[in-house]
Each structure stands twice: as structure tokens, then as C-alpha cells.
Design a protein around this ligand. Structure first.
Ligand code: PLP
Length: 391
């Protein structure tokens, strides 16, 4: 008999009743150190007081009105994002994959309005992840995500990650956009080198192609800059954001330049819930904290400390771990033992990590994790590695 919940997830046998900062607590009182943060969502940890206040104040005032009317919280969050980024305009969604849908529509509409309706192709890269909508799975293109779901949305050209020759060969006058995560998340915490992001920008400028960055996982201070692409000193034409910006409340966004957004005129897109007052009130409270240069400095300091301690941990468990990689507090440990075994051993050691492709475990702690908690994380990961080795 089919379970009450459609059985698409492999859930761990854990269930939490309460969250406090970097900690998740089960009904029996067991406290887990949360290095997953809801997959890079709880950017400020659980039950962060300013976010709880922003949400409850807004909940007491007004939940939903629809985009038939002005939504001041949405206007304010858009203006904040514009002040803090390359963008001139913002559309709010409820999730990352909805942001992918709009990014693809926006790029195609741009060329349609420019009188180049044949320019519809989007170049994407192996190991990428853009969510589970029809555009999202077609963009990523992996068999795991697409098999059985055909016919797939056409117009995506899949290239090997880091294959420059294939990229250059794929440039032609049907290409509308290049879509890339500056740091791949699900693909195994694989940062795109700064010089490659610069090269992509140059290539796009040279051929009049739009550059789309998917910062759903790596954005919103995760890498120690508000947006990951800032490290490379280049900006996209269109950017997808979600996960961290809501701190746990579902909200996503597409940010774009005026030029890239120019085809998206009255009536061309919409969303019932997108940009609702609750999500936008929380989003502003998140940005108030994470966009502060002092907060970003602290993320970078903690990231340096975490990484250094992880190097030591890896050196002590060469049979289990291989290397550390990533950017800021978006860290991955490439494993020798099976990553899922290490994640499971972490449950027994009361530490939560997230598996990713390429036999990696992801460490995506709340960005306000303390130095003591990082030290505690290392000792619990050490216990997990010791248990895996003994098994
Ligand atoms: C999680 C993720 C998405 C999809 O976001 P959802 O909110 O699950 O739809 C898209 N792109 C990247 C890079 C992600 O990590």
C-alpha cells in the first residue's frame, strides 16, 4: 500500500520538535548540532529572535492579499536587494525552482522581443541542480532527475563541467543564455574558479548572450560575500536566489538588470503567493543581518577556522576522508568511505550533515554558528569518522 506521504524521499529516522540556533532537538531531548541548516536554508539558525519577531509581527497584521494590490513589504525587500546587488528589478517566487522557471522564460523572451526568436538555447553544466520543475530538470539534464519524465522541455545544451573546448564549440547564434551555479551545491560543493566566471562573462559579452547565475544555495552570505559571484568581481544579467533569503520561510527571487528583464512586460508572468507579506518581512530581517559587513567578516573568520580544523580532522582519518573544498560556510568533504555511511554515523554522534554527489558530505551550518559550536562540530565529526572506521 502506498504510504500516506508520496514515497519520494529517503528520510532519516529522526524527527525534531524544536530548534535553537544551530541545534535541533528531538522529543526525547536529544540535541543535534545542525550542520545542514535545512540544506542551506536556516541561514541564521533556528528560532532566531529577530526573524521570529518579523514573522509574528507580520502574521498578526496581514498574511496575504495577492499581487492584485500593492505589497509594501515586497517593494521594500526588492529595493533592499537592488541596493545590495547588480540588479535593477526583482520578481519574487516561493522556491528556487520557480526562480529557474522565470530565469529561463526571461532569457527567451528577451531575444524574442529583440527580433531573434530562434535564440532559445540555454547552456548548462554537468552536476548542476536547478530544482525539480520541468525547466529545472531539463536544465540539469541528469538521468537520475529526468528519466521517465519526458518529453522534456527542449532547448537545453548540457556541457561537461570545466570543459572549455566544449563550451566554446557550443556557442552559436541559437544560444540565449548560460546558466551556472557559481558554487555547485548538490553536485558536490564544486566552486567554479573566479577566472572561469570571468571568462564566462567575457564570452557572454562577446556574443550577446545572457549570463544567469543560480545562487539558490551559494547566495545570501553563504560564501562570505552576500552573493558568491562577488568573489570573482563579475555580475550576471539574471540571478536566482531562494533558500537562505527566507531563513526558513519559503521565498525565492529572480534578480535582473533592466536590459535582461526588458521582455517581461505587463501580464507576462505571475504568482499567487510570490512575494507575500510574510516571506518579504522575513527576507528583509535576514538581509538586515547578513548583509552587514561585520557579519560577513565573521562568516569569513569562522569559515577559515572551520576549514583549518577540518584539514586536521581529515589528516586524522585518512581512511574515511579525502579533502575539504568549498567557499565560506559552504563546505564539502570529499570522502573515501561512503558519504551516506558517514552521514548516518553522524546521526549517532548527534551531528547533522547532508550528502551530495561525488561522494561528498556537505557542511552548511547556520552562518551565525559560534566558534565553540564549530569546535564541537569537529569533535562530533571525529566520533562519526571513528565509528565508520570501526564498522
Ligand atoms: C535547492 C536548489 C534549487 C531548487 O530550489 P527549490 O526551492 O527546492 O525549488 C535550485 N538551484 C540550486 C542551486 C539549489 O541548491
Amino acid at each position: 500500500m502506498i504510504p500516506a506521504l508520496l514515497p519520494t524521499y529517503a528520510r532519516a529516522p529522526l524527527s525534531f520538535v524544536k530548534g535553537e540556533g544551530a541545534w535541533l532537538i528531538e522529543a526525547d531531548g536529544r540535541r543535534f548540532l545542525d550542520l545542514g541548516a535545512g540544506i542551506a536554508v536556516n541561514a541564521l539558525g533556528h528560532a532566531h529572535p529577530p526573524l521570529v519577531k518579523a514573522l509574528t509581527d507580520q502574521a498578526n497584521a496581514l498574511w496575504h492579499t495577492s499581487n492584485l494590490y500593492q505589497i509594501p513589504q515586497q517593494q521594500a525587500l526588492a529595493e533592499t536587494l537592488i541596493d545590495l546587488s547588480f540588479a535593477d528589478t526583482v520578481f519574487f517566487t516561493n522556491s528556487g525552482t520557480e526562480a529557474c522557471e522565470l530565469a529561463v522564460k526571461m532569457a527567451r523572451k528577451y531575444f524574442f522581443e529583440k527580433g531573434q526568436p530562434e535564440r532559445t538555447d540555454i547552456l548548462t553544466f554537468s552536476g548542476s541542480f536547478h530544482g525539480r520543475s520541468s525547466a529545472g530538470i531539463a536544465a540539469a539534464g541528469s538521468e537520475k532527475m529526468t528519466k521517465g519524465f519526458g518529453p522534456l522541455l527542449p532547448g537545453f545544451v548540457h556541457l561537461d563541467f570545466a570543459d572549455h573546448d566544449a563550451l566554446n564549440a557550443a556557442i552559436n547564434d541559437r544560444v540565449a543564455a548560460i546558466l551556472i551555479e557559481p558554487v555547485q551545491g548538490e553536485g558536490g560543493i564544486r566552486p567554479v574558479p573566479d577566472q572561469c566566471l570571468k571568462g564566462l562573462r567575457d564570452l557572454c559579452d562577446e556574443h550577446g548572450i545572457l549570463l544567469i547565475f543560480d545562487e539558490v544555495q551559494c547566495g545570501v552570505a553563504r560564501t562570505g560575500k552576500l552573493f558568491a559571484h562577488e568573489w570573482a568581481g563579475v555580475s550576471p544579467d539574471i540571478m536566482m536566489v531562494a533558500k537562505g533569503i527566507g531563513g526558513g520561510f519559503p521565498i525565492g527571487a529572480v534578480l535582473a538588470t533592466e536590459e535582461a528583464a526588458s521582455g517581461m512586460v505587463l501580464g507576462t508572468h505571475g504568482s499567487t503567493y510570490g512575494g507575500n507579506p510574510l516571506g518579504c518581512a522575513v527576507g528583509r530581517a535576514v538581509l538586515d543581518e547578513v548583509a552587514d559587513p561585520a557579519f560577513l567578516d565573521a562568516v569569513n573568520r569562522k569559515a577559515g577556522m572551520f576549514r583549518q580544523k577540518l584539514e586536521g580532522l581529515i589528516a586524522e582519518h585518512p581512511e574515511v576522508f579525502e579533502s575539504v573544498r568549498g567557499s565560506g560556510l559552504m563546505l564539502g568533504i570529499k570522502c573515501k568511505a561512503a558519504n551516506t555511511d558517514i552521514v548516518s554515523a553522524g546521526y549517532d554522534a548527534l551531528v547533522l550533515t547532508v550528502p551530495a554527489a561525488d561522494n561528498v558530505i556537505r557542511l552548511l551550518p547556520p552562518l551565525n554558528i559560534s566558534e565553540d559550536e564549530i569546535a564541537e562540530a569537529i569533535s562530533r565529526l571525529d566520533a562519526a569518522a571513528t565509528a565508520v572506521k570501526a564498522a
